[in-house]
Every structure is written in C-alpha cells, then in structure tokens.
Design a protein around this ligand. Structure first.
Ligand SMILES: Nc1ncnc2c1ncn2[C@@H]1O[C@H](COP(=O)(O)OS(=O)(=O)O)[C@@H](OP(=O)(O)O)[C@H]1O
Ligand SMILES: Nc1ncnc2c1ncn2[C@@H]1O[C@H](COP(=O)(O)OP(=O)(O)O)[C@@H](O)[C@H]1O
Length: 197
C-alpha cells in the first residue's frame, strides 16, 4: 500500500536517545491466558523499574482496546491485527529509548515472532506467564470465564479459542501459589539474572 514512500534517517536516533536516557530500551512482552497475571505483573514490574529511575511505558490489552484497537474484536484475524499494531507501537517506543512492558494474551506464536523480528537482537524479551487454565478460571477477576462457559462470550482464549504457549521464551514464569508481589519479585530476579533489566 505504501508505495513511493521513502524512509527518512534522522540524526537524533535510537542510540542517541537511549544514551541520553541512560538505559537499554527493550520490549518486555508478557503473554499468557486471561487472568494469568500479565497486567498485575506488568504493573508491579513497571513500579520497580520506575523506582530505579528507568523510563518505561506499559501497553495493556484492555486499555489499548479502548483506543488504538477499539475497532477490533476477538476473531483470529482481529487478534493478529491487534498484535501487529501493538508491535509497531512497541517498536516506536523502543526507538524513543523507552523500556516497554506489554500485557496482551497474544495467543499466536507467529505474531510474537513478528514483534521480535521488528526489533534488534536482545530487544525482545518474551515472558510466558504460565498460569494453568484452572487457576485463571478460578481467579476469574472479570467474570469472563463464567460468561464464556455460559456461552455468553464466544471465542474465549483457552475455552473455544486457541492459545499457543511459547516454546522458548526468554523467561518462563511458572505458577506458584503465592502473593502477586512475590511472583513479581521472582520475575524481576529472573530478568536481573539474565541482564535484561
Ligand atoms: N473472547 C475473548 N478472549 C480473550 N479475552 C477477551 C475476550 N473477550 C474479551 N476479552 C478481554 O480482552 C482482553 C484480551 O485482550 P488482548 O488484546 O490481550 O487479546 S489478544 O492478544 O488480541 O488475544 C482480556 O484481558 P486479560 O484478562 O487482561 O487478558 C479480556 O479481559
Ligand atoms: N501470584 C499472582 N500473580 C499474579 N496475579 C495474582 C497472583 N495471585 C493472585 N493474583 C490475582 O489474579 C488476577 C490476575 O489478573 P490480571 O493481572 O488482570 O491477569 P491478566 O492481565 O493476565 O488477565 C488479579 O486479580 C491478581 O490480583
């Protein structure tokens, strides 16, 4: 569609912006079922990074679907488009030097790989929030699983819509029965061990 459009190279660029913010920009991409804890983890992680003086931005599924992706539903096609747009936005934030946290179900491996492909080596950090469906359904923070089981919501992830678990995420956050703050601490330490925060 975008023919006859030429890319402009600017002198103030990703490297200079990251240098002036004194940080390594990245995308910390949380993926998992609804209710797995993506938003809770992203929020607590952002607080920790913010407290360290890092420049961050959190892109969250529910919020983005009110604006940028407000025209999209939950068919496979719309989910692909949702993640494509988010990926492009995340790339712009990385270009601005920011550490981006994302909290989307992002059920398809190909779409997560697409986001990875937009970024440089090491800039895409896939975090699998691996909370079992039974736990997510028991938590049911928004009452959506109940509605999905009653047939009030169609194409609900994990019920009648697919979720492709990451095969080799940078971080595999396994489930433990513990407080959210403890899980966030575990996540932070895993990122720290790998030099990703
Ligand atoms: N059918 C269906 N399936 C899954 N989720 C649904 C659905 N309908 C509404 N919701 C609510 O939308 C949130 C998921 O949006 P995402 O943008 O993360 O989804 S996706 O990545 O495009 O699959 C999801 O938020 P989280 O619970 O935070 O994951 C739900 O609150
Ligand atoms: N260890 C934990 N980690 C994350 N969330 C937890 C944990 N224990 C309980 N919860 C609760 O589970 C729910 C997870 O919901 P949310 O973060 O919105 O998930 P998602 O964004 O993946 O849909 C929240 O109500 C949160 O308080």
């Amino acid at each position: 569609m975008s023919s006859n459009v030429v890319w402009h190279k600017h002198e103030v660029n990703k490297v200079t912006r990251a240098d002036s913010l004194n940080q390594q920009p990245r995308v910390i991409w949380l993926t998992g079922l609804s209710g797995s804890g993506k938003s809770t983890m992203a929020n607590l992680l952002e607080k920790k990074l913010h407290a360290q003086g890092k420049h961050t931005y959190l892109l969250d599924g529910d919020n983005i679907r009110h604006g940028l992706c407000g025209d999209l539903g939950f068919s496979d096609k719309d989910r692909v488009e949702n993640i494509r747009r988010i990926s492009e936005v995340a790339k712009l934030f990385v270009d601005a030097g920011v550490i981006v946290l994302t909290a989307f179900i992002s059920p398809f491996q190909a779409d997560r790989t697409f986001c990875r492909s937009l970024l440089s080596e090491g800039e895409f950090v896939e975090v699998f929030v691996d909370t079992p469906l039974e736990v997510c359904e028991q938590r049911d923070p928004k009452g959506l699983y109940k509605k999905a089981r009653n047939g009030e919501i169609k194409h609900f992830t994990g019920i009648d819509s697919a979720y492709e678990a990451p095969s080799s995420p940078e971080i595999h956050l396994t489930y433990r029965e513990e407080k959210a703050e403890e899980t966030a601490e575990r996540l932070f330490n895993l990122l720290l061990e790998k030099g990703l925060v």
